[in-house]
Design a binder for this molecule. Sequence first.
Ligand code: FMN
Length: 190
Amino acid sequence: MEFQTLIRTRRTIRKFEQNPVSKEQLHRYIDAARLAPSAANLQPLKYVSVSSPEVCEKLFFLTRWAGYLEDYTPKDGERPTAYIAVCADLNIRKNGYEFDAGAAATHIILSALSDGIGACWMGAIDYEKIPKLLGLDENLKLLYVIALGYPKESPSEVEMEDENVKYFIGEDGTLRVPKRSLDEVIIKSL
Ligand SMILES: Cc1cc2nc3c(=O)[nH]c(=O)nc-3n(C[C@H](O)[C@H](O)[C@H](O)COP(=O)(O)O)c2cc1C
């Protein structure tokens, strides 16, 4: 897909086909994250790739989905088939890694999307149990996970009305995601 189209049509995916995503694919997306911009070029981020169905299953129950909707948690048969957990290595940088982490997430998500793989960036996760599940050392602080898999839904963007930021299910049953207009977000052009 052409890059501008990819960026414009990317939406968070929360329902997935059950085809596997390979370790090699995940490592390619982590490689894209590795090359992202990094403040002072310290590169404090480290990653765990998860493609084993057993670990995916356990991880799923430590994540929370689509807080604005009554019941949009993926059901059996539509759950992610892979994850990437993103951590800060506190031995490299004790704080101030958040901007790096945002850039890394974008690289992972867009790199996966260029392979046709959808993603959900997840911060509503169990920050106590996931590090134990993944066997993270003390110096690794879990920042977020990205759930991945082939899309089984087609959400789309709609223009935001009346400051309503909440995504919703449209008349055709697909997810609609309100976005502020370009005019609203450009403060001025000098
Ligand atoms: C830092 C961050 C944390 C997020 N955490 C979650 C989450 O825990 N669960 C979830 O379902 N979506 C999560 N999302 C996805 C957002 O809900 C989604 O990006 C937003 O509704 C806009 O939709 P879009 O990505 O399709 O443009 C998160 C997004 C970001 C950037």
